[in-house]
Design a protein around this ligand. Structure first.
Ligand SMILES: Nc1nc2c(ncn2[C@@H]2O[C@H](COP(=O)(O)OP(=O)(O)OP(=O)(O)O)[C@@H](O)[C@H]2O)c(=O)[nH]1
Ligand SMILES: [Mg+2]
Length: 187
C-alpha cells in the first residue's frame, strides 16, 4: 500500500471524527472552513470523481478530523454524491454528525434528520441561514424541536459566525464522551 503525506497528516489526527451533512447549498463548506485550520486535504473518494475535504480542528481541547460531505437529499442514494455521503456516514463511524439545514426550508429537510437518527448516528441539528429566516419573519421554536427530536438543535448564521461557539461547545461534549449518543426522545 502506498503511503502519502496525507496519510501522515491523517495519522497525526486524533481518531475523533466530525462529519458534516446536509442538502446541497446549505452552508456545510462555510462551516467546514470555520472549524478547520491549516491541515485540509481534498481528495477524490476512492473509485469516484467526488471530492471530499478533510481537515483538522481543535474543539474543546480535542483534536478531531472534520469531513465535509457532498450534498445529499436522502440516505437512499440516487446520485454518486449521495452514495459517497452515505458511505462516509456509515463507514467512518463519526463521533458527531452535524446535519446542516437551511432554516427557511426546514420542513423539506427534516426527513433527512429522521433518517440519520434511524441509522443511529449521533446527530446535532444546525439551523443555518437564520439571518434570512428572520428577515422572512419565520419563527422556529428550536427548543421544542430539540425536545421532539431528542437531539441538540442550534440556530446559526454561519456566514457571520453566529451559533458557532454554541455548536463547538456541544460538539466537545460529544467528543469527550459526556454526550456520546442521542438524548432519549421526548415522550
Ligand atoms: N445568508 C446566508 N448565507 C449563507 C449562510 N451560510 C452559508 N451561506 C451561503 O450559502 C451558500 C452555500 O454555502 P456552502 O457552504 O457552499 O454550501 P454547501 O452546503 O457546502 O453546498 P454543497 O457543497 O453544494 O453541498 C454560499 O453562497 C454561502 O455564502 C448564512 O448563514 N446566511
Ligand atoms: Mg460544499
Amino acid at each position: 500500500m502506498s503511503h502519502t503525506p496525507s496519510d501522515d497528516a491523517r495519522a497525526q489526527t486524533a481518531h475523533a471524527r466530525v462529519v458534516l451533512v446536509g442538502n446541497p447549498n446549505v452552508g456545510k463548506s462555510v462551516l467546514f472552513n470555520r472549524l478547520t485550520g491549516r491541515y485540509v486535504v481534498v481528495s477524490n473518494y476512492p473509485g469516484t470523481t467526488v471530492e471530499v475535504a478533510r481537515g483538522q480542528a481543535r474543539i474543546g481541547g480535542i483534536t478531531c478530523e472534520v469531513i465535509d460531505t457532498p450534498g445529499m437529499y436522502s440516505l437512499s442514494p440516487i446520485t454518486e454524491e449521495e452514495r459517497v455521503a452515505r458511505a462516509l456516514l456509515l463507514r467512518e463511524q463519526p463521533n458527531v454528525v452535524i446535519h446542516v439545514v437551511d432554516a427557511k426550508n426546514l420542513n423539506r429537510m427534516l426527513s433527512l434528520t429522521l433518517q440519520l437518527l434511524e441509522a443511529n448516528l449521533p446527530v446535532i441539528l444546525l439551523l443555518n441561514m437564520m439571518d434570512e429566516a428572520e428577515r422572512l419573519h419565520l419563527h422556529i421554536d428550536h427548543h421544542a424541536l430539540a425536545k421532539r427530536l431528542g437531539i441538540p438543535v442550534i440556530p446559526a448564521s454561519l456566514i457571520s459566525g453566529r451559533g458557532v461557539e454554541e455548536l463547538k461547545n456541544i460538539v466537545s461534549e460529544y467528543l469527550s464522551g459526556r454526550q456520546s449518543r442521542n438524548l432519549p426522545p421526548a415522550d
